[in-house]
Structure formats: C-alpha cells, structure tokens
Design a protein around this ligand. Structure first.
Ligand code: AGP
Length: 616
C-alpha cells in the first residue's frame, strides 16, 4: 500500500527521499512523488508509474538540491482517483504540502465543506481535501501542528498524514490513525519518518512506532510526540530492530523473491533459535518461555485468522495442531470471520497471523475480539508492528525483511511456528514427538542441498517451467498437508506470472473443476510418499486420462509417480511426512518464479499488488 518517507535534519533530503521510497517500492504503488524545501519554497516532483519517472526529473543531477534538508516523499496505491500524475502525492494546497496513506471515509462531506470555502481541488484525491482543512486552520492563525491536529479530528477513517508548510520551514508533522508510521531520531540531528522501518534502519535501528491517535513533530532538533485528542506531550518507547540494511539488498540475486527463497534455510534456523530454549525447557519441543506460551496452554480451542499466504500457513497449522496437540482448531479468512457472527466458546484463544503485522482485516479481528474480552495472540515477522502491540501476546518469526511482494520466507517460518506450537502442546498431551524435533533441526541442511543451483531439483524445475509456460492454465492439487501447499503454489503463480492457476484438494477435482481439464491444462500434483500418496495418484490418473500435462512433485525414486508424469521433481527420500510441506513449498515457489522469469513479469512488484494490505 502507499509508502511515506519524511526527513528533516542535516542530510541532503532529495536523494534520501528517493532512496527511502525505493526501499518502500515493495509495498506496491502506481505513482510516486517528492516535495522538498528549496530557498524557502516547497518544490514538488511527481509522476504516474514508477519512482524512476520521478528520479528522471532530476536528470541525475542532485547538485542544485544539496542545500535542501527537509522534505517528504510518497508512493501511491490508488484508492480515490486514478493513478495519474495529478493524483500522485505530495499535494499542494497553498503553502501546505502533504502526503497521506489510507482512506478518509467522510470524503464527500469534507469535499462539500471545502467547495463551500471557495477552494477548487485540482485532484480527485481525499488527501488534497485534508490539505485544504489544514490551510484554512493555519490561515486562522493556528500553528502547523495545531492546524493538522484540528483538521485530523474532523475526518473519519483509517489513515496517516505527513505535512509541511512554507510558513514553518524545517518542521514535519506526522499523524497516525490507522496506517502505520515509524519514526527515528537522526543521529546527526533531525527526524526520519516512514511507513515502515525499512527506509530508516540504515540511519538508526532504534525506532518508535506511532500508535493510533498520535502526532509526531520532527525538527532539526529531533522528535516530539503528542496525543492527537488532547494535544498533550507523550513519552514513547523506542524499539530496537535487529534487521540490517544489507539484508535489504539483492546480494547478487536477480530478484528479491529468489534471494528470499534461498534465505529460507537461514530464516528457519533464526526462527527456531528465537522460539525455542534448548537449555532449560523440559519439553522435547522446547518453546522458550513467553506470555504467548501461557495463552496457548490455557486455551481449550483455537480460532486462527489470516489473509492470503498467511491463510495457507494457518490451514497447515490446523492439520498439525489437531494431529499433535489434539486441540480443536478453526481457521478462517480474516475478512470473512470479521463480518459473520461466529460463536466463540469460553476458553477460545483467537490468533491473528500476519507477516507484516499490519493487515487491516486481521487487525480488525484482534480488536473485535479484545472488545469481547476474548484472549488474543499474534504471530508476525515485524517487531513493533500493530499486531504486536494490540494482541495480548505475540510470537515473532525471524525471517528478516521480506521485500518481494510475494511472500516466501515469511510463510516458511510461519509454518515452522505452527509445527513448534503443535509439537510442544502435543508433548504435554502425551504425543511422542522427540524424533520429530530432531528431524526439524536437520531440515535446513537438507533444504540447502535441495537448493543447490546446479542440483537436479533446480534443473527439473527450470525444465518444467520452460516446457509448460505457454500452457493455458494450471491446477495445483494435493491432499492432507500438501493441500495448503497446492493453494499456495497456485497463489504464487497467479501473483507473479499472471497465469490462471487454482489450488484444489485432490479429492475435490471430480466435483467440478475436472470439466476444465484438456490438453492445454497443466496439473501440478503434490504427491510425496505420505499417507495420502495413493489417493493423490488416483486423482492424477483422472486428469491425465483427460489430456492434462502433469508436473509431479514427490519423493525421489517413486517410480509409480514419476512414470505417470510429463515432468517430475524428486525430493529426498526418508523425509518425515510433517516436514514435506517445507520442501514442497520451496519447489512450487521456484516453479512460479522460473515461469514468471520466462513471462518477463515484474516479479518483485507484481501489478496491482501491495505488500501490506492496510485497507480492507
Ligand atoms: C502473499 O504472497 C501475498 N502478497 C498476500 O496474499 C499476503 O499474504 C496477504 O496480503 C497477507 O499479508 P500478511 O501476512 O502481511 O497479513
């Protein structure tokens, strides 16, 4: 979704803003712009399309701007109004210039008010209307901070704004009421603001996450915080982030997505180290003591919600939690759960899973449940994110920053978190899980072998992608633990290659989708040697008989399966059934990636998609 960067201090601002916006590109956007003080006036450069269109307006010569130390930048993902240059942010309303992330809900009402005051908005955006509110308040004599505060109190919706005024050069005002805003002190003197920590961490890893209804005032002297309603000064806690700016670079990989797939073994190890305590915990699945563990222990039932890829992780979680921990587990899409009337039995723990920690629908469920007095738990990859502050307790995965819009390594570590919870709770209920934990510890080594660039798996995946990419459509099928991976494989392929793909439980094919099968369709069959293997093979036969091209992913040496496939990717034999999803998902991610490379799509920033979906 939209990205905001703001800076005031001692560093030349134009390059800092462009670099910061580059770091936010992964969030998804369709226009961009920057505004900066130049000789006491604010200059704006913006454009539809990619950030490079804005950078080009400087003709690679930043020399004339090296004395500019205060500005704001924005990447816009269109909500109100088309993704045109005119609608791109920043917007100017007289001496006020602003950027905005989120939606102003009483837009029509504010628009009539603005028109009545004689203003003529130049764009179709709700943002510009807010600018006029601030301008009118400043013209009545209020300071920039008070004008922004008063204006904000008159709007409805979930959004954040960052505002400058030529009447108060060197001051940046940010308000959060919905969409996230992260702030840090510039160690050289000054303030950094952004929609997430990625543009900030190379300057300072000690950041402050604004909460709803808070204002930050940034000047060359630093940062001050205020409550939006009362206007009173408040103290904020600094959070120290363990991400490094090197992790944000591609490090020789052609795309972030590929780099992030290759980082999965390390992300797995880091998450394992973060979640377990092998020295003092007695359980063979030694979850480290933390408030979330207590909530899990107390729960009689689990209700888990998530969106997109995280939803696929919770589906797998259900299989593991029911199998090992024997705890009744319901899963649902956050956007469905929040608008139905679920029956929450006493003793239910509601868990929101979101890699970004900012997905609007998942956060809404957590808030609704808190209001009902239901205990809530979050699982996220981002320290300090909204879910980590709003849920009663939180577990973190340690994937490091994920820049590719298509989630890969964060899904991988979410799966691990579920398996660890299931194993730990399972042991408490008498399940024999010690051997499984040992296998978990060995998995990253195995995975590294599988990912060897000159190995058989990679070459099979590339071959399959080369032959199959002109085909009309794809089905991914699997049963049991492979079913959520089938859904995830289809989602990945759709997201990054724009090819029609659907994920199905193998047993469901004959209930309708089989009508689609002909010789222009590919069926990707996930059939490792597990308890569902033979049933899945029957489903394979059904589609093969109707002409489908088969890409089988299963266990190396499985002659029955490989003989039925046009392409076959063999995974190492002897892998525990419960660990197979980690290998399978890596293969479907790589297959989608290779196919997208052949299609020539924008793999890291696929069209129409945003990394964190902060509006519903
Ligand atoms: C994943 O590849 C997608 N980009 C998307 O489905 C994502 O998983 C979804 O928006 C949920 O995000 P979250 O995990 O940050 O809540």
């Amino acid at each position: 979704m939209c990205g905001i960067v703001g800076y005031v201090g001692k560093r030349p601002v134009v390059e800092l803003l462009l670099k910061g916006l580059k770091r936010l590109e992964y969030r998804g956007y369709d226009s961009a712009g920057v505004a900066f003080f130049q000789n006491g006036k604010i200059e704006i450069k913006k454009s539809e399309g990619k950030l490079d269109n804005v950078a080009k307006q400087f003709k690679e010569n930043f020399e004339p701007y090296t004395n500019s130390y205060c500005g704001i930048g924005h990447t816009r993902w269109a909500t109100h109004g088309k993704p045109t240059t005119q609608n791109a942010h920043p917007h100017r309303t007289g001496h006020v210039v602003l950027v905005h992330n989120g939606i102003i809900e009483n837009y029509q009402e504010i628009r009539s008010e603005i028109l009545n005051h004689g203003h003529q908005p130049a764009s179709e955006t709700d943002t510009e209307l807010f600018g006029y509110l601030v301008l009118d308040e400043m013209n009545k004599g209020l300071s920039l901070k008070d004008a922004v505060r008063k204006s904000f109190l008159s709007i409805k919706g979930s959004c954040s704004v960052v505002v400058l005024s030529e009447k108060e050069p060197g001051t940046i005002i940010g308000v959060r009421h919905g969409s996230p805003l992260v702030v840090a002190q510039d160690p050289l003197g000054g303030a950094l603001l952004a929609s997430d920590a990625q543009p900030i961490i190379e300057y300072n890893k000690e950041v402050v996450f604004l909460d709803h209804g808070e204002i930050v005032v940034g000047t060359e002297k630093g940062i001050d915080f205020f409550d939006l309603k009362s206007g009173k000064s408040i103290e904020k806690k600094r959070v120290s982030l363990d991400w490094s700016s090197e992790q944000l670079d591609k490090q020789g990989f052609p795309h972030y997505m590929l780099k992030e797939i290759y980082e999965q073994p390390n992300a797995f190890v880091d998450t394992l180290n973060l979640m377990i305590d092998r020295f003092t915990a007695k359980n063979p699945f030694p979850l480290a003591k933390q408030p979330g563990v207590e909530l899990l222990y107390k729960a009689k039932e689990l209700q888990i919600v998530a969106c997109g890829t995280s939803y696929h992780a919770i589906l797998l979680g259900k299989y593991w939690l029911e199998k090992w921990a024997k705890i009744p587990t319901q899963v649902d899409l956050s956007s469905e759960f929040r608008y139905r009337a679920p029956v929450i039995k006493p003793g239910t723990l509601v868990i929101g899973v979101t890699q970004s920690g900012e997905t609007a629908d998942t956060l809404a469920v957590i808030r609704d449940m808190k209001q009902l007095g239901v205990p809530t738990l979050g699982l996220t990859n981002v320290r300090g994110s909204t879910i980590s502050r709003e849920a009663d307790a939180v577990f973190y995965t340690a994937s490091g920053p994920e820049v590719g819009v298509a989630a890969t390594k964060t899904f991988f570590t979410q799966m691990l978190a579920f398996l660890l919870w299931a194993g730990n709770l399972g042991f408490n209920h008498g399940a024999k899980v010690s051997y499984l934990f040992q296998k978990i510890v060995e998995l990253p080594h195995l995975l590294k072998d599988c990912l060897s660039p000159d190995g058989e798996i990679i070459s099979e995946v590339k071959n399959a992608a080369k032959t199959l990419f002109p085909m009309k459509g794809f089905f991914f099928i699997g049963r049991g633990l492979s079913f959520p991976i089938a859904l995830e494989g289809a989602l990945k392929l759709k997201e990054i290659s724009y090819v029609h793909a659907e994920g199905y439980a193998g047993g469901e094919l004959k209930h309708g989708p089989i009508a689609m099968i002909d010789d222009q369709m590919v069926v990707v069959v996930l059939a490792p040697q597990d308890c569902w293997h033979d049933k899945t093979i029957s489903n394979l036969e059904e589609v093969k008989a109707r002409g489908a091209k088969i890409l089988g992913i299963g266990t190396r040496g499985d002659k029955m399966l490989s003989s039925l496939c046009h392409h076959f990717v063999g995974l190492p034999p002897g892998v525990e059934e419960d660990l197979m999803p980690f290998l399978l998902v890596t293969v479907v991610q790589l297959f989608s990636y290779e196919l997208a490379v052949l299609k020539g799509t924008d793999i890291d920033q696929p069209r129409n998609l945003a990394k964190s979906v902060t509006v519903e």
